[in-house]
Ligand binder design. Structure first.
Ligand code: DP6
Length: 326
């Protein structure tokens, strides 16, 4: 059977960085994210068929090999195991944003793959089961199964509040380079957990910060959300610096963007910056402050051709769609 699903990337305000169990891919700490809208989405068609001799995976119409194909195959093995089938699959994904630069492409990718392959294999999974399945592809993908504000601390993520709870929130995504990172999140977080003292300290405070953020979201207290988001971003960067050998996913321009936001906030908090494991700066703000944020970033954009700003509102979780890619 053939099925197609779409899912969006998400941006973590409280980061998942470190696994409790490498095989189970459960996280060491609670993370909280915003699911982005369809301007950062991945659409995937999966077909299991007796005619297929091997699993295949194409991304943006380009046949994938090596690590990318291996991760998809491993995921399909898990789906076949759950469904009790043995047919190989053809997987085709189309992504409308660059991969591997700090916009959670694996989150959108594996959330869409979970929804499409689950249906194509004849499984009838609940949202929580779907989230747990997506987690096996990539931890952060467990959150992209749900829309709006999402929390993840164990086997599966859970929706905190839907998009409609706070529709004024936007992520101004400042794309700095399309060059892929050299150390994956998977490898990077393992290195940090093994070698960083700052990381061990973080584990003692991050749960409290997650609870405070949840309250700020519940009350729609933007100033509080922004403070906690930046505190978390700085702590995440500190843990990367403190990793041995030290990790640096950012570019000078990423730091420049954060500086512009700190300057903008001098007369009252208007926005918060955060980063994933990549140079892309995510500026979280309210629609009423969008123009000020865009103006703050404009000089950087003008002097650095190749950079791009894309604005995303909150979006929905993974969903089946009727239009197949093949
Ligand atoms: C910095 O979910 O890509 O984006 O589970 O090993 O596939 P694996 O890692 P992944 O890590 C995401 C890390 C992050 C923070 C976050 O999204 O919470």
């Amino acid at each position: 059977m053939k099925a197609t699903a779409a899912a969006s990337a998400n941006i973590a305000l409280i980061k998942y960085w470190g696994k409790r169990d490498e095989n189970e891919k459960t996280p060491l700490n609670t993370s909280i994210s915003l699911t982005l809208d369809s301007s950062f989405s991945c659409t995937t068609t999966v077909e299991f068929s007796e005619k297929a001799n091997e699993d295949s995976f194409s991304l943006n119409r380009k046949e994938q090999r090596g690590e990318a194909l291996a991760r998809v195959k491993e995921f399909l093995e898990a789906v076949r195991g759950m469904a009790g089938i043995s047919e190989k699959a053809r997987v085709s994904s189309v992504m409308n944003f660059p991969a591997g630069v700090g916009i959670a492409s694996s989150a959108a990718g594996f959330a869409a793959l979970a929804a499409a392959s689950g249906r194509a294999a004849g499984l009838d999974l609940s949202p929580s089961e779907l989230s747990s399945l997506a987690r096996q592809g990539s931890g952060s993908a467990s959150r992209s199964v749900f829309g709006g504000f999402v929390k993840w601390s164990g086997e599966s993520a859970e929706p905190l509040f839907p998009e409609s709870h706070w529709p004024e929130i936007v992520d101004v995504v400042f794309l700095i380079t399309k060059k892929k990172k050299s150390i994956s999140s998977r490898e990077g977080m393992r290195m940090t957990a093994e070698t960083s003292r700052a990381f061990r300290k973080r584990l003692g405070v991050v749960e409290g910060r997650a609870r405070k953020l949840e309250q700020a979201i519940e009350k729609r207290n933007f100033e509080r959300l922004a403070e906690l988001t930046m505190e978390e971003a700085e702590e995440f960067l500190e843990c990367l610096r403190d990793t041995k050998p030290s990790l640096n996913y950012l570019e000078p321009l990423s730091h420049e963007a954060a500086k512009r936001i700190r300057e903008l906030n001098k007369n009252g908090i208007k926005a918060a910056y955060t980063f994933d494991a990549g140079p892309t700066a995510h500026i979280i703000t309210l629609r009423e402050n969008l123009e000020s944020v865009l103006n703050a970033l404009k000089p950087l954009q003008l002097t650095n051709p190749g950079t791009e700003v894309r604005v995303s509102g909150l979006g929905q979780g993974a969903r089946l769609v009727s239009r197949h890619i093949f």
